[in-house]
Design a protein around this ligand. Structure first.
Ligand SMILES: [Zn+2]
Length: 308
């Protein structure tokens, strides 16, 4: 009897050891795939699509008609790169940005700060191709993330103040030039064409997932995708983090608004993005937060108010 039990225990041990080794091998393979996938060739995108799709990362605003399952190749490559770079970002979190102090108090006479920053960029209001700004680094990890120099210090201050409250914010996308957006877009169109789609179909399919050049708010230098180590991928799950709770409570104090709220997708035309913050100035950010309006509604209301 004792011998039988011993044999049984030994058999169980050998089986579990075998499975553990097998699992380790699978993990190792996944890591090596992710590490080598920064390359943007269509072939390498294909091999990493499953892993990237599970992270639901999206480099630019997707339209409301998009399903997360239909992530396209450019997104796949970028998101995989982001996934790989994420760990590096965590290691060297924003250590080299210039620390500045900005005045976060509103003028008491109701003066509007940064009034120029209140403008719309969306499907109906593209940014001119020649829109150019001076940028400043707001966060540095595997690369330097930049925003409009005129407002960059507000983001730096927000990241720094969050840290004091125990929240480590991670920037995973900030200023993206028209050219860069166009390169991402064109690359996706080409990969669809390579699969046999006509240019028109390839364009339409790409536009479902990647912002058309000129229509991305990232080109303004006023928007950034903000995450934290609790949820470092562009997933709706970010809304369950302490960082999101902190941003919901505090972002407006630094002039930022949650640009694509959950209950406004029919107006913004963009899926809910708990990570995308847009600078509109301290005055308007507070007004927008207090009103519960999205930027489209708020600007409409402002126009109506002016014409009365
Ligand atoms: Zn964004």
């Amino acid at each position: 009897m004792n011998k039988k039990v011993k044999r049984l225990v030994l058999a169980c041990f050998l089986i579990s050891a075998f499975f553990m080794q097998a699992c380790t091998k699978i993990e190792t393979t996944q890591v090596s795939v992710a590490e080598t996938s920064a390359d943007t060739s269509p072939a390498s995108r294909e091999t990493t699509s499953t892993k990237a799709a599970s992270n639901e990362t999206v480099p630019s605003e997707s339209t409301t008609t998009t399903t997360s399952a239909s992530i396209t190749s450019a997104q796949t490559s970028q998101s995989t790169a982001e996934t790989t770079q994420k760990s590096k970002a965590e290691i060297s979190a924003a250590s080299t940005t210039t620390q500045t102090t900005v005045d976060l108090s509103l003028p008491e006479n109701g003066e509007i700060d940064h009034e120029w920053a209140l403008f719309l960029v969306n499907q109906n209001n593209p940014l001119p191709q020649d829109y150019s700004i001076e940028t400043k680094t707001v966060y540095e990890s595997y690369m330097k993330f930049k925003m409009d120099r005129r407002i960059a210090d507000y983001m730096i201050q927000m990241i720094s103040d969050a840290k004091k409250d125990g929240i480590s914010l991670i920037i995973c996308s900030a200023y993206r030039s028209y050219e860069k957006q166009k390169a991402i877009f064109d690359s996706d169109v080409k990969s669809y064409q390579a699969q046999g789609y006509s240019y028109e179909d390839a364009y339409a399919m790409t536009a479902k997932n990647v912002a058309i050049p000129g229509q991305s708010e990232h080109a303004t230098g006023l928007a950034a995708d903000v995450l934290s180590d609790e949820c470092p991928s562009l997933s709706e799950k970010f809304e369950n983090t302490k960082a999101f709770a902190w941003l919901s409570e505090n972002a407006y104090k630094y002039g930022f608004i949650l640009r694509y709220p959950k209950d406004k997708t029919d107006i913004t035309g963009i899926n809910y993005e708990p990570w995308h913050y847009r600078f509109v100035g301290l005055y308007h950010a507070k007004k927008i937060k207090d009103s519960g309006l999205c930027l489209e509604e708020y600007i409409e209301q402002q126009k109506a108010g002016q014409s009365q």
